[in-house]
Design a protein. Structure first.
Length: 347
């Protein structure tokens, strides 16, 4: 997932987010009668991504207050040497834009998952070799934002960095020991056939460190397989294949440890994840007890004002060569505001 510098919604069409399908949008229409987004049926959690650099405060507020959103994933913190910062370069715990936004969402009843990494940066464990400073940097996220859940979006060069992976898994083990109840997820690129070899190595690194990941979240997007790809069926295929790979590393993994993150609307490869795809994926996830449903991103959950806006760059998967077709501020399909939030959160 790619994180652009902080921008206003008016200028956001020029921004980007890339790795397997994550972007943003702006605008809001209240639907007080719709409050289905709080949780998938069963044990699953609904936690769509919010690009915290996208000045999307109003979008997040409306998703919480008008659409029942109870959990969201704040993207992205990144490593800068041994400093842990937000992608807009402001420090974790001292960001005059992000910190109040998270505090307001908390006051409205929504909990936050802090996500580190993405397509334009790496989690702290991949930019710092001092384990104590890595642990302290991630601990600052937990303390500053009162979260009990961290996500690590590992892609690009990081996914093949074995030393960085070892430090990352040691950090997760340390953090869990020092923060009872903390959950940790990894977010990885995927194909309809499952994780790449590097992705499987992330799971093996966790096992080697004595860590069982609470959630393995796959970016079900931007497969570069053509505009005719059935993106709902492809996401389900990716989920099934990923679980089999997870169980090949640790047989105790179940669908409760799987997460799915499609890129709503038009993806960067020109394929489209439609509202019908959202309905079928949410139904499949709920019936199989998938642990987390997400999407990229809350800012994109609205129709585009024009075709020009729809073609602005924005994605999550830089490892694949494609012509960007998605926008960080709208979905590129005909929809009412927050229609994907309602569809994917309902299950």
């Amino acid at each position: 997932m790619r994180k652009p510098p902080r921008i206003t919604l008016a200028a956001a069409a020029a921004g980007a987010l890339s790795a397997a399908g994550i972007t943003a949008a702006g605008a809001s229409t209240a639907h007080p009668q719709i409050r289905s987004a709080a949780r998938l049926d069963g044990a699953g959690q609904f936690a769509p991504y919010v690009d915290m650099s996208n000045s999307a405060e109003g979008r997040l507020d409306a998703a919480i207050t008008d659409h029942g959103l109870k959990t969201y994933t704040a993207a992205f913190t990144i490593g800068s040497g041994c400093d842990n910062i937000w992608g807009d370069t402001l420090p974790v715990g001292n960001d005059s834009n992000v910190d109040p936004e998270i505090a307001k969402a908390k006051s409205e009843g929504a909990s936050v998952i802090i996500s580190s990494g993405g397509a334009s940066g790496e989690p702290l464990a991949f930019t710092c070799t001092d384990q104590s400073k890595i642990d302290a940097g991630y601990q600052k996220e937990i303390t500053a934002y009162g979260t009990n859940s961290l996500d690590f979006d590992i892609e690009g060069a990081a996914v093949a960095d074995t030393a960085g992976l070892a430090r990352q898994m040691t950090a997760i083990k340390d953090l869990k020991a020092n923060n009872p109840g903390l959950t940790a997820s990894v977010t990885l690129p995927v194909l309809p056939s499952g994780l790449t070899g590097d992705g499987i190595n992330v799971l093996k690194a966790a096992k080697a460190a004595g860590v069982k990941l609470d959630n393995v979240n796959v970016m079900a997007m931007d497969y570069a397989q053509g505009t005719g790809t059935d993106m709902g069926a492809a996401a389900i295929s990716a989920g099934k294949a990923t679980l089999a790979q997870m169980q090949s590393v640790d047989s105790s993994y179940t669908y409760a440890n799987l997460g799915l993150t499609p890129m709503i609307g038009v993806n960067d490869d020109g394929s489209t994840f439609s509202l019908a795809d959202a309905g079928s994926l949410a139904s499949w996830a709920a019936s199989n007890g998938v642990g987390r449903m997400s999407y990229w991103s809350v800012s994109r959950d609205q129709a585009c004002a024009s075709a020009a806006t729809a073609s602005a760059k924005g994605s999550m998967e830089p490892a694949k060569t494609m012509k960007p077709a998605s926008s960080p501020v709208c979905s590129g399909v005909s929809q009412s505001p927050y229609a994907f939030t309602d569809a994917l959160g309902k299950g």
